[in-house]
Ligand binder design. Structure first.
Ligand code: ATP
Ligand code: MG
Length: 424
């Protein structure tokens, strides 16, 4: 077997010519064994970083403290890391300092799972001291060495374990799973960015429902509760809906669906996504969908509800067209029949079917969703009314926007100015 990448071959060849050992390692070897597309290529070598820098004309010292140098080749970039072992783990995270070594096997031993602890030589030979290939053939995810020690050294490995099991469709080997159960509490030592990144990859991956079930069964989520106070166990009651998540293409939609099932207020969600270090844009996109559903549901349950068409159109203007379209995509996938009780179940049974049927058409009828699409500006209004610009403009424009969106006035300059004068 060979990875066809002329740049990587050139890097291995040059290091070998200079008298060092060099191998492809980690994810690229695993993916080659599985005949999956290869993402980034990592190279391990006996050469020290300063020697790597001397051999190649173009390098970037990306992670010198970990022994990593990025080599820039015409074909692409390659991370070249000196064989190393990680000695003192501190605070249940990977160590800041490493020790360089000369033996490939020692380097492979510090890696997390057998399938990630394989190396490939320039001639295509696979070096596999821990039986990674056999485990992959059997569909098993197994820690290298003693699982309890490995999770104790670095708690992030537990999340990687669930990510790999779900994205690669693997069964977690029993002593690895037992160790995960007994070490789940260590997750609280891991930085939220790293937790978020792993969760994101699970949610984006091919089997988000399996990831959620494993996260719940492992107890890992329970140990995030101080930082992320969300009732994750509520997912247990929404089995069908969990399976439907993978039908959604966009990751924002997937998060919005998963979090909708937790039945917590949109404001709580916004705070939780922030705690989870979501970007502002990602957080707003997801929380916006929840806020829109909340607003529509509140109207539907009000003693004297406004017609759904009006509520929907106004909601789309207030929360944005993107949120409205996202909510429709979610509702098309969520089960309408459910044994569950509660506000969300009622919404799915009563409001959702109507929105799925008519929501799209109603959106098409809305001529403008934002002030940018409104046919007049604040300046126009101020001039027409002969008033000094001020905060009053925003309030008036929003009112005009909503009336235009509902079709009460045409989205045309003359008509809007007329309405502005009448509103004065
Ligand atoms: P992917 O890039 O698809 O997430 P990967 O296996 O390449 O998968 P990386 O995070 O890129 O994952 O890491 C490269 C390699 O480094 C892994 O294959 C593994 O050998 C090792 N590794 C990464 N993170 C850890 C960890 N927390 N503990 C032990 N080894 C690790
Ligand atoms: Mg990788």
């Amino acid at each position: 077997m060979k990875i066809k990448d002329t740049g990587a071959e050139a890097v291995l060849a040059k290091l070998t010519e200079a008298g060092y050992e060099a191998y492809l390692v980690g994810g690229c070897v695993r993916d080659a064994v599985l005949h999956k597309p290869i993402k980034d290529i990592d190279i391990a070598t006996s050469a020290r970083p300063e020697q790597v820098i001397q051999i190649f004309p173009r390098t970037v010292p990306t992670g010198l403290q970990h022994g990593t140098v990025t080599v820039l080749m015409p074909e692409g970039t390659y991370e070249v890391t000196t064989f190393r072992k990680e000695e003192a783990y501190e605070g249940f995270r990977r160590p800041a300092a490493v020790a360089y070594i000369s033996d490939l096997n020692e380097d492979l031993k510090r890696r997390d799972f057998t399938m990630n602890a394989m190396a490939m030589a320039l001639n295509g030979e696979v070096l596999d001291p821990f039986g990674g290939q056999a485990d992959l053939v059997a569909g098993i995810l197994r820690c290298v060495g003693n699982a309890e020690e490995r999770f104790g050294e670095d708690a992030l490995r537990m999340l990687r374990c669930i990510r790999f099991a779900s994205t690669y469709g693997l069964e977690i080997e029993s002593s690895t799973w037992q160790a995960l159960l007994s070490h789940a509490h260590l997750l609280r030592h891991i930085a939220m960015e790293r937790v978020r990144s792993e969760l994101q990859r699970m949610v984006e991956g091919p089997a988000p429902a399996r990831a959620v079930r494993l996260l719940l069964a492992s107890g890992l989520l329970a140990h995030l509760k101080t930082q992320l106070p969300l009732p994750f166990e509520a997912w247990l009651a929404w089995d069908d809906a969990l399976d439907a998540v993978s039908a959604l293409e966009h990751q924002h939609d997937r998060w919005a669906m998963l979090i909708t099932l937790l039945e917590v207020p949109a404001d709580t969600v916004r705070a939780a996504l922030q705690a989870l270090t979501f970007s502002r844009a990602d957080g707003t996109a997801v929380a916006g969908v929840l806020a829109l559903r909340e607003a529509v549901a509140a109207q539907a349950e009000a003693p004297d509800p406004a017609p759904l068409e009006r509520v929907w159109k106004l909601g789309a203007v207030r929360r944005g067209e993107a949120a409205a379209r996202a909510l429709l995509r979610l509702l098309r996938e969520l089960p309408q029949e459910t044994e569950k009780r509660g506000e969300l179940a009622r919404f799915l049974q009563t409001v959702a079917p109507a929105l799925v049927r008519r929501g799209e058409t109603w959106l098409k009828e809305v001529p403008c969703f934002s002030l940018k699409e409104l046919a007049i500006s604040g300046q126009d209004v101020a001039e027409a009314l002969g008033r000094q610009p001020g905060p009053w403009m925003g309030v008036l424009l929003q009112e005009l926007l909503e009336r235009a969106a509902l079709g009460e006035i045409p989205n045309e300059r003359e008509a809007l100015i007329h309405a502005a004068q009448a509103a004065k």
